[in-house]
Design a protein around this ligand. Structure first.
Ligand code: SF4
Ligand code: SF4
Length: 176
């Protein structure tokens, strides 16, 4: 599915959450943020290669549709809601050519507009150097994103079940 579509879908999902659901999602997003912080601390050498030596080549030549998931946008919108219109504008003006600079690079060069610990999953867990020593914090980031995916699916199914329950109870009252 296209990145633009996923982004708009993430907005719709976030807007439909009730206040307690929003709080649950926010708590989990804060856990993702903490795990990204821990990974960043542990990966200083690999990060040094990305930032100083290679200067973020990965961000300058990519297929955007293979980077962002629905969960990434829900995570970013939850912790950085003020970024919504900027993201929308950038995705709208982006020509979806294979291997172009990421639309979230300032001026197509960088830095990335997202804060270091509020980034898409693939952006923080991908290193081309040996990542053996940082497997643990990488796994923690991945697990937290899976948890967010499960939570959103669970909340969606709960809403559908409630809706069906209401429909059946109304239909039942007509049948009496
Ligand atoms: S992962 Fe490798 S290729 Fe990508 S920015 Fe970092 S050092 Fe460069
Ligand atoms: S979102 Fe940021 S870190 Fe991720 S690919 Fe784009 S510029 Fe790079």
């Amino acid at each position: 599915m296209g990145t633009r579509y996923l982004f708009e879908k993430a907005i719709r999902i976030s807007q439909r959450l009730t206040p307690p659901e929003k709080q649950r999602v926010k708590n989990l997003c804060n856990e993702i943020k903490q795990s990204q912080e821990a990974l960043l601390d542990a990966a200083d050498r690999a990060m040094f290669n990305c930032i100083e030596k290679c200067r973020g080549l990965c961000c300058k030549s990519l297929d955007i549709d293979s980077i962002f998931s629905l969960w990434d946008f829900i995570f970013i919108l939850t912790l950085d809601p003020g970024r919504k219109e900027d993201i929308r504008k950038r995705l709208k003006g982006y020509s979806y050519l294979y291997l172009s600079p990421c639309p979230f690079l300032e001026g197509s060069v960088g830095p990335c507009i997202f804060r270091d610990t509020i980034k898409a999953q693939i952006c923080v867990i991908t290193f081309c150097a040996n990542d053996e020593k940082i497997r643990k914090p990488i796994n923690r980031v991945n697990t937290n994103f899976y948890k967010l995916c499960w939570l959103i699916q669970y909340l969606r199914l709960k809403r559908i079940a409630l809706k069906m329950g209401r429909i059946f109870s109304v239909a039942g009252s007509f049948g009496r």
